[in-house]
Ligand binder design. Structure first.
Ligand code: RNT
Ligand code: ZN
Length: 440
């Protein structure tokens, strides 16, 4: 602004001599300064931005309605998982859930996937039990995904159902109950394969069952024999395009003493049956390092699925945030060149804050962690280690923590045409006022 345009106090100040006037060039922006800083460490920020744009995150539909689903009569949440909070405005219909997802996706940079549960089908006027679900019940989701260029992932729902009310499904002592759930598993696998075929992008069908005991079992073996047998029956038929994953867990509410599908059970199952293993970050002892598992299991498995979550003291499924744990998870995937062998998915549910914001915060946090991992000078870091120079390794690791990645992230958002910084929250507030607050 010229001095004449706005008479102000500055007019009283002595006029700078012409020699002291800085040349009228635009100062370098925060991004170009950061790019130079990274480049001095041998890191190409442009390459990092290009790679990040190709990484889809499988966004879990169930954050939008507190794991409710759309079955007739809407079962209470079961299976040892729990959602707390009563923030208004949760989605009540597939249309509402899709609209909320669209809002969230418009604030998340990049192209992504949506992860559905079998209980989220569109079942029409008559109740459809779990042993009768079909690809037809997911037509609406498939055409929506197609029109938005999204991939889909899928999960059979082995909880929130009268036949799961005693905490057992595929490992149930009753043959009839097992048979019911085996049929659900087979049909879910067919739905997943049909989704993948329709969208031209393979759908992972992820199997998690809650089966376990509240108190010390007398027999730890038989339920595991039954679970292995049930899974084998589900996976028996060769199915073109099926990509199956299995998800272990340490404990759940009501299964504190014993979970049939433990980490060892499913790791061995996945290796012997050539299935994908799903690592959920809330499913281990709180002091276990989930990031450290990736390079171990990928020695023997072609692929893993991540359910990125945030447990606070237990498997509480808090919204994912950018913390050390998330950063080391992303770092292990990127630094080891595993981006093609790790499917990135989210799994959390918080009903105490705006649910659209919960999706945006968690997904952007994971993407930011991936970006920081992509900006790591991995070769230089590894060289210190091969040289046995652990002093420099530690010094460099510390230095990396305060490099200017924020400006690179904002550049990514700008190029992907989504709000950078906190600007997205205004859009969520406007949506809340116009749409969410009108829901009873
Ligand atoms: C439960 C598992 C499972 C579920 C979803 C809803 O502990 O993490 O993945 O959270 O399937
Ligand atoms: Zn999970």
């Amino acid at each position: 602004m010229s001095a004449s345009a706005k008479p102000s106090k500055s007019q009283k100040a002595p006029k700078p001599s012409p020699a002291a006037t800085p040349p009228a060039v635009k100062p370098p922006g925060a991004y170009s300064l950061s790019r130079e800083r990274y480049s001095s460490l041998g890191v190409d920020t442009e390459a990092a931005l290009a790679t990040l744009a190709t990484l889809p995150v499988s966004i879990h539909c169930w954050q939008g309605d507190d794991v409710g689903g759309f079955e007739h009569g809407g079962q209470a949440l079961g299976g040892g998982i729990a959602v707390t909070g009563n923030y208004p405005g949760k989605a009540r219909t597939p249309e509402e859930l899709r609209a909320d997802l669209e809002k969230a996706l418009s604030l998340i940079p990049g192209k992504h996937r949506v992860n559905l549960h079998a209980s989220y089908g569109e079942f029409g006027a008559k109740p459809v039990d779990r042993d009768a679900v079909e690809p037809a019940h997911f037509k609406g989701w498939i055409s929506w995904a197609k029109s938005h260029g999204l991939g889909l992932d899928f999960n059979p729902t082995f909880f929130s159902h009268p036949k799961a009310s005693d905490g057992f499904t595929l490992a149930h002592r009753s043959k009839a109950v097992r048979k019911f759930w085996i049929e659900h598993g087979k049909r879910s696998r067919e739905i997943g394969a049909a989704m993948g075929r329709a969208l031209g992008s393979s759908t992972v069908t992820n199997f998690w069952v809650p089966d376990g005991f509240k108190d010390t079992p007398a027999d730890r073996l038989s339920p595991r024999e039954r679970l292995a047998e049930s899974l084998d029956e589900i996976f028996q038929a060769p199915l073109k395009g099926a990509v199956d994953a299995v998800e272990p867990k340490l404990f759940g509410i009501g299964s504190e003493s014993y979970v049939v599908g433990s980490a060892e059970f499913y790791l061995a199952y996945a290796v012997s049956r050539k299935k994908m293993l799903c690592l959920d970050s809330g499913h281990f002892h709180p002091t276990e390092n989930v990031a450290d598992k990736i390079s171990s299991v990928l020695q023997f498995l072609p692929e893993v699925l991540l359910h990125v979550s945030r447990g606070v003291r237990w498997d509480s499924d808090h919204v994912v945030v950018y913390n050390d744990e998330l950063q080391s998870l992303a770092r292990e995937v990127v630094a080891n060149g595993f981006l093609k062998r790790v499917r990135l998915g989210l799994d959390y549910f918080d009903a105490s804050i705006n649910r659209v914001a919960a999706w945006v915060i968690g997904t952007r946090a994971l993407q930011r962690a991936l970006l920081v991992a992509l900006l790591e000078p991995t070769r230089a870091l590894r060289e210190t280690e091969t040289d046995g120079d652990f002093t420099s390794r530690l010094a460099l690791q510390e230095e990396l923590k305060t490099l200017p990645f924020g400006a690179v992230w904002e550049e990514f958002c700008a190029r992907q045409e989504v709000p950078a910084g906190l600007d997205w929250i205004g859009e969520v507030r406007a949506y809340e006022e116009a749409v969410l607050s009108k829901r009873a």
